[in-house]
Design a protein around this ligand. Structure first.
Ligand code: HEC
Ligand code: HEC
Ligand code: HEC
Ligand code: HEC
Length: 299
């Protein structure tokens, strides 16, 4: 987050970043630039809601949010503990606003666990930051790291994790907080297993020429961030199976770990994990159909 030069803003807007210009009027609106307004969790709602980042919905229906609303209504004492978005993300008014896993739920270096590391490579390819054949970093990796969207070292990740544990520890024991966040990490690991299986099925369809590379894609390989380069999320030219895959990543994988991190098991499980496994099932069935059809056409 920070002040962008006019040139940087123009460049980002031209690329289609309606909000990622991340300037100072996001939480403090332009005319009043009120601190009280920025401290209200509703200041974050406009952007952190909906399809790929329903933190608002998760927080407001969690115990944390429910207590905040109950307090607002005057049914809990003024000093009742109820953490807001700002409590956890801008503690003591710091404006760093950075998390360990970041919005995309990835980081470098790769995890130690072999299977998880392999799954991560598959996901990074589908994010277009590693070349699908050579595995070499692409220009997009630079783009993403230049706007600080991912932590690129273990240390950078750990700094954010430790800060968060300290924040939770204002109200919970340190060990409780640590365990809760580790559960989030393990949700992410499990989600990545499902995700990588799904990506590989669709990638093989591209490889075998059963579905064709959409124009907007960098490679004949699933590309979850293609809209960053085309400036819009126009999905009509994606095959149906690739649309299901996109949803698996952008909607369901996001919800699986975001839900755990925002203390909302219902989101993590039913809107996240359960939908991921359903999506994988759909992709398996659809791929089988497409392959059968492809064979029949050859005959
Ligand atoms: C993500 C939301 C968000 C964005 C974006 C943001 N702020 Fe803030 N800002 C806050 C919050 C929340 C507070 C109140 C912090 C607190 O509780 O003390 C605050 C407080 C402030 C204060 C008052 C500090 C004080 O203690 O009186 C200033 C000045 C300020 N912000 C400047 C900026 C500037 C400059 C930018 C752009 C570089 C910016 N803010 C962007 C959320 C934001
Ligand atoms: C005008 C839109 C907007 C508002 C309002 C806004 N944000 Fe954001 N926020 C963004 C965008 C865009 C990103 C970058 C997402 C990405 O990494 O791709 C972001 C990223 C974040 C991140 C993740 C940073 C990381 O680790 O990658 C956190 C945490 C966050 N915002 C918290 C807040 C909080 C708390 C508030 C309210 C005080 C707030 N935001 C208000 C648009 C907004
Ligand atoms: C009790 C603390 C807490 C509160 C309250 C909270 N968050 Fe978070 N948030 C977290 C944790 C923990 C993470 C994941 C940190 C990590 O990556 O290890 C996170 C991650 C995020 C991210 C990055 C993507 C993701 O979801 O993992 C965004 C964006 C975000 N929070 C926005 C918000 C917004 C907006 C609110 C209020 C509606 C909010 N958070 C309320 C603790 C909190
Ligand atoms: C400002 C105080 C405060 C902070 C900071 C805070 N919490 Fe909480 N948390 C609460 C309160 C209050 C409850 C409800 C406790 C009760 O049941 O009496 C709660 C409940 C919970 C629950 C149980 C929810 C349920 O449905 O039973 C979890 C899990 C949790 N918090 C995790 C975290 C994590 C992880 C962090 C840091 C990322 C955190 N909390 C930060 C105050 C806080």
């Amino acid at each position: 987050m920070g002040i962008k030069s006019e040139e940087e803003k123009k460049d980002q807007l031209a690329k289609g970043y309606r909000y990622q210009t991340n300037s100072c009027d996001e939480c403090h609106t332009r005319h009043s630039f009120s601190k009280k307004e920025a401290q209200d969790p509703r200041a974050c709602q406009q952007c952190h809601m909906g399809y790929d980042h329903p933190q608002w919905e998760m927080w407001s229906s969690s115990k944390h949010g429910t207590r905040w609303f109950t307090k607002e209504a005057g049914r809990l004492p003024e000093d009742a503990a109820a953490p807001t978005c700002q409590t956890c993300h801008l503690p003591n008014g710091t404006h760093e606003n950075r998390t360990a896993w970041g919005f995309l739920g990835v980081r470098l270096p790769l995890p130690e666990d072999k299977q998880w590391a392999a799954d991560r490579v598959t996901i990074l390819k589908a994010l277009g930051v590693l070349h699908p054949e050579t595995g070499e970093p692409t220009d997009r990796l630079e783009l993403i790291t230049s706007v600080d969207m991912v932590r690129t070292t273990q240390e950078a990740w750990q700094v954010e994790r430790d800060k968060m544990i300290n924040t939770c520890s204002q109200c919970h024991s340190k060990s409780y907080a640590t365990t809760q966040l580790e559960l989030g990490d393990s949700m992410l690991q499990k989600a990545d297993r499902v995700m990588a299986q799904a990506i590989e099925i669709v990638a093989d369809l591209y490889k075998d020429g059963i579905i064709k590379k959409p124009e907007a894609y960098a490679f004949a390989y699933p590309d979850f961030l293609y809209f960053m380069q085309t400036g819009g999320g126009d999905m009509e030219n994606l095959s149906s199976i690739d649309q299901t895959l996109f949803e698996l990543y952008m909607k369901h994988r996001m919800r699986t770990y975001q839900g755990q991190f925002h203390v909302n098991p219902d989101y993590a499980y039913w809107y996240g994990w359960a939908m991921m496994t359903q999506g994988l099932g759909k992709i398996q069935a659809e791929a089988k159909k497409l392959r059968t059809l492809h064979e029949l056409k050859k005959k």
